[in-house]
Design a protein around this ligand. Structure first.
Ligand SMILES: [Zn+2]
Length: 152
């Protein structure tokens, strides 16, 4: 079988940040890398789960909602993928940063966190999600479209 593109990047050289993972037509996949690969501690699943609910909710309520295709965590628990269509890279980076700012200070109900709405509704950690966002924000504070290339 062919090795898929995301397995071809050198995970030894990857550090936390935002990267352009792939382009499929008018859809761009962003790698939101919150942990250095293979360097514990990994993202805790409950915090990552809440981060997923909040990020997806804020993205789909943003001015760019019509460009949002998908947001989801990586199984390795070192980050998330965010898919956007018809959107400039500079705008994508700004959107990601503004969503992390919203998560960092969010108080209230976790959206979609009832048994009817979620596959594991008890496994959530709002404080953990906020802390992850607060810790990631300084890393991406000055990030722009020129920083999106994976380290070679
Ligand atoms: Zn869920």
């Amino acid at each position: 079988m062919d090795k898929i593109a995301s397995f071809c990047i050198d995970h030894d050289k990857l550090v936390p940040g935002i990267y352009l993972s792939r382009i499929d037509g008018d859809v761009k996949t962003y790698d939101i890398r919150m942990r250095r690969p293979n360097t514990p501690p990994y993202l805790e699943n409950a915090a990552l789960h809440t981060l997923e609910h909040l990020f997806a909710t804020f993205a789909r309520n943003s001015e760019w909602k019509d460009h949002v295709i998908y947001f989801g965590p990586m199984g390795c628990r070192t980050g998330c993928y965010f898919l956007l269509k018809d959107m400039e890279e500079a705008d994508a980076v700004r959107l990601i940063r503004s969503i992390f700012r919203q998560i960092a200070e969010y108080e209230g109900e976790i959206p979609g966190a009832t048994a009817k709405e979620c596959g594991n509704y008890l496994e959530h950690d709002l404080a953990g999600a906020r802390k992850e966002a607060q810790d990631f924000l300084p890393i991406i504070e000055d990030w722009d479209e020129r920083n999106l290339v994976y380290p070679a």
